[in-house]
Design a binder for this molecule. Structure first.
Ligand SMILES: Cc1cc2nc3c(=O)[nH]c(=O)nc-3n(C[C@H](O)[C@H](O)[C@H](O)COP(=O)(O)OP(=O)(O)OC[C@H]3O[C@@H](n4cnc5c(N)ncnc54)[C@H](O)[C@@H]3O)c2cc1C
Length: 301
């Protein structure tokens, strides 16, 4: 038996051998990953981080894979998938405590049904709480920085820490964790406002209606591919560069929302990367503005 198998069985950590990145990401693109790990507790995560370090093995942390383009060549790194880092409760001080692997849709409906406002914006973002803190995800005027109080994480040696408030260094689609990609978020605490349940649910419904109307949710994608440039919109610049519907292989600039690249069926990461480069080049030529990628690439180049 290999050392990793001994280790996983000793720590009772679930895993899958050889899973396709296309099955782990909302873009539905990417080759084979060697090993996917599904720890359920922070202690298991800590042991895994230490073990991977001893083995000189790099770990990639994956939430719901909704902001990820996986390589066609797959990845040699082990993937630590956070989906079993669960837990969702509101304490006596009205603080929401939530595991990093909990999906935003679940956290948002849980808080809404308990009469707490603040996570309405997050209902339609198809990520996990950990991925959303990492990205400082946001929509419709709301963002994670407005609600996050404390984040529990493990450093590259598996040691636990908690950061609070300004230490998160939140900025537009940026955070302390983006500067430290080897830190694993395990749980998050948020402060929400007491509100009227019916009104909160109505607001969620309204935002969902707007999302469905504007976004190509019928196709696999990773959402908006580019960050919003200061004082402008990526989608608008892409449209003005004449790229609505522009296609390379099965990767296409969405006709419905030019900020999205969609997978029309069999898109490869090569198709998407070529399309991203083309869009960046054409937008720069037309407007002088450099579009920065929001989507993150994983796996072999
Ligand atoms: C249809 C669609 C609509 C979208 N709409 C929006 C939107 O309105 N607003 C918005 O901001 N985004 C949007 N997104 C993008 C995406 O959903 C968000 O960026 C989301 O926060 C990513 O979360 P995730 O769990 O999927 O993270 P992943 O995509 O799995 O990972 C993203 C990054 O976070 C890191 N990460 C994930 N979990 C952890 C953890 N526990 N600890 C440390 N690092 C971690 C990963 O290593 C990776 O670098 C959309 C995507 C799609 C497909």
């Amino acid at each position: 038996m290999e050392p990793i198998q001994n280790f996983l069985s000793a720590h009772q950590i679930s895993f899958k051998d050889g899973c396709m990145l296309s099955e782990l990401t909302t873009f539905k693109i990417g080759g084979r990953s060697e090993l996917v790990l599904y720890p359920e507790t922070a202690e298991q995560c800590s042991a895994l981080i230490r073990f991977a370090r001893e083995q000189n093995q790099r770990l990639i942390f994956l939430g719901n894979g909704s902001n990820i383009l996986g390589s066609d060549h797959g990845c040699q790194e082990w993937i630590l998938k956070t989906e079993r880092l669960a837990g969702l409760s509101i304490d006596e001080n009205d603080i929401l405590k939530v595991g990093a692997g909990v999906r935003l849709v679940k956290a948002s409906s849980f808080t809404a049904k308990n009469g707490f406002s603040g996570l309405e914006f997050a209902y339609g973002i198809p990520g996990t709480v950990g991925g959303a803190v990492f990205m400082n995800a946001g929509a419709y005027g709301g963002s994670m920085d407005q609600v996050v109080l404390k984040t529990h994480y493990l450093d590259e040696e598996g040691a636990p820490h908690v950061i609070e408030g300004p230490a998160h260094q939140f900025a537009y689609r940026n955070s302390f964790f983006m500067q430290h990609p080897s830190y694993l978020i395990t749980a998050v605490e948020m402060r929400l406002e007491k509100g009227n349940m019916q009104e909160i649910l109505k607001r969620i419904e309204e935002l969902q209606r707007r999302r469905k109307e504007k976004q190509p949710l019928e196709y696999p994608s990773a959402g908006s591919v580019f960050k919003r440039p200061a004082g402008n919109y990526a989608g608008k610049l892409i449209e003005e560069a004449g790229l609505r519907g522009y296609r390379i292989g099965d990767a296409q600039v969405s006709e419905k929302h030019c900020g999205f690249i969609i997978n029309r069926g069999r898109a490869t990461s090569r198709d998407v990367r070529l399309l991203i480069a083309h869009v960046q080049q054409q937008v720069k030529k037309k407007s002088g503005i450099e579009l920065e990628c929001e989507v993150r690439f994983i796996g072999a180049e």
